[in-house]
Design a protein. Structure first.
Length: 88
């Protein structure tokens, strides 16, 4: 039963990924694009963790953690760049 739940969660996350991609393409300004990319990365992290559970492999979780940390830093730099005009 937990396998079915993980597969359904991966399916929903894939649909959300498509919707987030469309939102990214239709974003009116730079701040909305940064937010859409951050949401897309969060969805990819969910997909990686679900895939890790389904395949019973732990290195997908490591990749998800690394991606989340890089995304956090990139979002901070992008927001500062949009606000001040320079990244640092």
């Amino acid at each position: 039963m937990p396998q079915v739940v993980a597969i359904v969660a991966a399916g929903w996350a894939t649909l959300l990924l498509v919707g987030g991609g469309l939102l990214l393409l239709r974003a009116p300004d730079t701040l909305h694009r940064v937010l859409a990319l951050d949401v897309l990365v969060a969805i990819v992290v969910v997909l990686l963790t679900a895939l890790s559970y389904v395949r019973d492999v732990s290195y997908y979780v490591d990749a998800a953690l690394a991606l989340a940390l890089l995304s956090f830093a990139a979002t901070l730099v992008a927001a500062r760049y949009v606000q001040r005009g320079r990244p640092f």
